[in-house]
Structure formats: C-alpha cells, structure tokens
Design a protein around this ligand. Structure first.
Ligand code: HPA
Length: 266
C-alpha cells in the first residue's frame, strides 16, 4: 500500500483528491475529457492484477468544477477471477490518497418493471449475493472495525443531493436497491423473478465489494446505476453485452451532466 501510494503521489505532483469516482462500463468518457494526470494501472505497483493482455485501465486525476477528483477508468471484476481483496485494493488506495467521498457507477439490468433502458438509478441500498465478502480474513484495525455497521452505506444526504441535481439538469432519475451477482452469466427469468420478490430494482456484477470496503474505511458513498437493459424476462428476448454498451452510450451525456452537477454540490 505504501509503495502504491508513494508511486501515485510522485507521478501526480502530490495531487490530493477529495472525491473518487469509479466509472462503470461505457461511462468512462468523463476521464477522457477531464485529465490532469493519467496513470496506467499496469504501471502502478500492486494496483491491478489484471490477467488480460493490453487491459485498459487508468487512474485519472483532474480538477472538475472546482473539485479535486480521482477517477478509475475501468475496474476489475470478481467474475474475471480476481479475489475480493484484489478488486477492492484500489478503494483502500483512494482512501490513503485522501478521498472522503466515493461515487460508484455501473451498468445494471432493470428488475423493476417501470425502469427503461438508459434510465439512471440512484442506489439507495444493496443486496450482496456474490457469495463472498471483501472483508473476509484478518482485519486491519487501523482501517476499520471487524464487524462494520452497514445501516447507511449510501449516504442519505448524498442521495437527496443527487436527486436535486438531476432535477436541476432536467433529467429523470430512478431510485432503488442494487442486487449484486458474481456473474459472468446474466440471470435466468426465474432468478430475476426471485430478485424482484426479494426487493431489488436493478441487478449487476460490480459495485458492492467496493461499497462495502469504502463504508468500512469511513468514506461516504454515492452509487449511480445506468440501466442498460431489461433484465431477463420470460418473453424470450435475448440479452447481449452489445445491448448493454449501446444503452450505456445513449445515457452517457445525461450521466456525465449529472456527475458534473453533483461535483458542483459536493
Ligand atoms: N445483469 C447483470 N449484470 C448486468 C446486467 C444484467 O442484466 N446488465 C448490465 N450488467
């Protein structure tokens, strides 16, 4: 951790970000537009144990609307075979760099039948169905408690502020519970029916490990899902990754404007 943080400080002129943003599938544009320093994950010691050759992932530092921000353009996923510890290590690094508020974004399937592709959803809470937890193992008491409270992972004041921001920019917004599966297979119709009955509004394969660790080490979390598809239904429609990317692209301007407005208000 020390080596990682030291390398980053050295290569960013000791830029001290107060806000972190993890950019989900198809939502990375913000980091192309605003960029003071960019470091490839592969160049940062211990940062990302990617097994994929030519893996595109960058840590991007920028001043946006007066705020010092660090963005993760790309994240590792549990379904790629990385451990929970490895996929959440970057969150601990952001904490060490001084980040106090973490904005987590993702692409997700709609479980709530009133949601439409390209809608945005503010995450009010989550259900961890990944079958693991990033805090399993020896606890580092300097970072957080052994049994951390999870009663308000997604901070109410941030949820309300994000909702006001969406009204200000004239974008409709949904609110709801995010359900995390390990993936990589999408859900069956029976699984979606179960997820709906158990109280979730959207389903995805990320975010929850990062949210658990950020909450554990005392960061305020805001989560935003881009609804990219109706999750599997019994109507027989097939779901592809291409559909997910197409709808993330349709939503990306709205998403970017919302993040910019949120940064003004943080
Ligand atoms: N299910 C799980 N993960 C997803 C989906 C989905 O329907 N869409 C985007 N990520």
């Amino acid at each position: 951790m020390e080596k990682t943080a030291e390398y980053i400080k050295e290569h960013t002129n000791c830029f001290e970000p107060e806000i972190g943003i993890i950019l989900g599938s198809g939502l990375g544009e913000l980091a192309d537009e605003y960029c003071s320093y960019a470091l490839s994950y592969s160049d940062i010691p211990n940062f990302s144990k990617s097994t994929v050759k030519g893996h595109k992932g960058r840590l991007v530092f920028a001043q946006i609307n007066g705020k010092k921000v660090v963005m993760m353009q790309g994240r590792n996923h549990f379904y790629e075979g990385h451990s929970m510890k490895d996929i959440t290590f970057p969150v601990k690094v952001l904490k060490a760099l001084g980040v106090k508020t973490l904005i987590l974004t993702n692409a997700a399937g709609a479980v709530n039948e009133s949601f439409r592709p390209a809608d945005l959803m503010i995450i009010t809470d989550h259900i961890n169905f990944m079958g693991s937890n990033p805090l399993i193992g020896e606890n580092d008491d300097t970072m957080g408690e052994r049994f951390p409270d999870m009663s308000e992972v997604y901070k109410k004041h941030l949820i309300n502020m994000a909702q006001e921001c969406s009204e200000k920019i004239g974008a409709d917004i949904q609110k709801g519970v995010y359900w995390a599966n390990s993936g990589p297979s999408y859900e069956t119709p029976a699984e979606i029916s179960m997820i709906r009955k158990l109280g979730a509004d959207a389903v995805g394969m990320s975010t929850v490990p990062e949210a658990i660790v950020a909450n554990y080490c005392g960061m305020d979390v805001l989560g935003i899902s881009c609804i990219t598809n109706s999750a599997s239904s019994s109507s027989g429609e097939k779901l592809s990754h291409e559909e997910v990317i197409v709808n993330a692209n349709i939503a990306k301007t709205k998403f970017k404007n919302l993040i910019l407005e949120i940064l003004k208000n943080l």
